[in-house]
Write a protein of this length. Sequence first.
Length: 644
Amino acid sequence: MVLAMARRRANRRKARGPQQEPVSRSAGSARERTARATAPSEPPGARRTRALVAAGVGLVAFVAYALTASRDIFPGDTPEFITVALTGGVAHPPGYPLFSIIGALFGQLPLGPLPFRINVISALAHAATVSVVFLTAERLTRDLLAAAAAALLLAFGALFWSWSLVAEAFPLNDLLAALVLYCLVLWHERPMSRGPLFGAAVAFGLGVANHQTITLLVPAIAYVLWTERRFLRGRQGLLWQVSGALVLMAALPYAYIFIAAGRHELLNWGGIQSPLDLARQFFRLDYGTGQLIPTQAYQGGTQIDRLVEFAKNVNPALAILVACGAVQAYRRIRWYFWTTVLAFVFSGLLFTLYANANVQVQTARFILVRFFLLPQVVVAPLAALGLVFLVELVRRRMRTTAPAWLPRALAGVAFAVAAIEVVATFHTVDLSDDHVARDFAVDLLATTPSNAVLLAGGDHIVLPLAYLQAVEHARPDVTVVFIPILPIEWYQRELKLHHPDLNIPLARYDQPDGLLTLMQANVGRTFVLTGEQADQRFGGLYGVYGRGLLLPIIGPDTPLELGALRKDNEDLMAAYHVPSLATIKPETFERFILDWYALVWFRLGKQYEDHQLYADARTWYERALAIEPQLPEAQDGMRRVQGR
């Protein structure tokens, strides 16, 4: 009986074939650490093959990203990053100096339209992230196919792909975070080699100079160091000093903010003049340190809602393999399992729970989902381990000798899923012919009278306007005032510098009479609004009178002739670049731009309703709803005039 059991076990081992052990298991004994430190070098052919495959998966991803990348500005922070890069300004807190420096360099390259030159940074950064994820997965599995499949599944997930197409700090953050983890894997394999540890320090410092969420990896980094505490004992002083110095040196791009602030470009957030100003920028004091979203209207909601939103943005195929890979890592590479768990919990779950964003509000949801990229990147290498786990599982379940092609077959399935992702996602994310933000800003400026003061609010409005004025020098006669930051002293100082002809009296601009005070100090200037300002009083000078996309501020006795008002708005709308619901990206700020166009017809309908011309009012409300079927103002208007 015993001999029979032993024979069966031997047969099962033969059926499973030779097992590929991961590069390392855990911190282990002194003998294991010595073995890792003295392991023979790989043959040059293996290194060359690994490098070629890494370059290959990155190139495949980059080609897809380049084909679908935006050639223009896109609503959100993208117009700001593009403008700052091309003019040498300063972005909103914490300043993003590393991205700004890279953007300034890319802006000089002949890579097509100016916005595309900056947008392509995200495409390159995420393509490089795909390569680094492959390298990490291959070090853990020694399986080129499994690692390549895991990297491509990450590359073509909808969330990851969509944020590879526009200028943003997140793709560069993902790359630097992936490099930190890759360097730690290399160092844990050979702790006697200090280069990987120092490489992780440099990548981390650069990450701090780009996006502060990389600090969420600190618990995972600390755990890796703790697993090698015996090796580090007696060497801590020198290693810590050198590593700390490298982190600080890599964070030196923050010094660039002083240089950029001295130019006083149109986008010069913070008006940095002193180290205290720089500290205010770094700690995001204008937004509230520790707050993701400072605007109260976007705060709130439940933690369950945020977790559900997190789950909705998960890449399903990647998630399944990651779950299997977590089992494999726990069994074979325990230290890496806990490192990944800590990185994922802090950058994903805990951050999502902490972020006070009401995901029921579209703006808050749009802001939050970008932070779901980093958790996907840190767990992606587990997908390769998941494929290895599935191969082992199938082999154990088979009663006969497992075919040699089984690992390749399972990897082929994963490649097929990645190909399906490409087909299903390509047209959904494609921004190569998207000009909604630019067209909207062009229409706004075309409607603005000469030498007028345009009071603007909302990122989807002020940032495209800033791009057109600062980069393309459109309508320099128009003075654009950013209402949300007008109460801040540094912005008033910068506004006076750019527009010395504009009087900005001492006033509480966050109070109801703030904008009225500004108008009274500039008698003779034409003022127009880009939208309703319900919290402001204008002394009877302001009513629901819309001229296209703008709201002129008029006197209380100004006559309004409905026929002329209708013709004016019809002529403007005929000249506008009105997008359609079918062509915009509905989960982005493009939805707000669509609302703005629909509101033109709503305001006209409201004028007819106020004159008790209900049939005409209904016609204009219907035209508003034809542009944006969910426009609440037009829906309410239809309910009011129904049956009258």
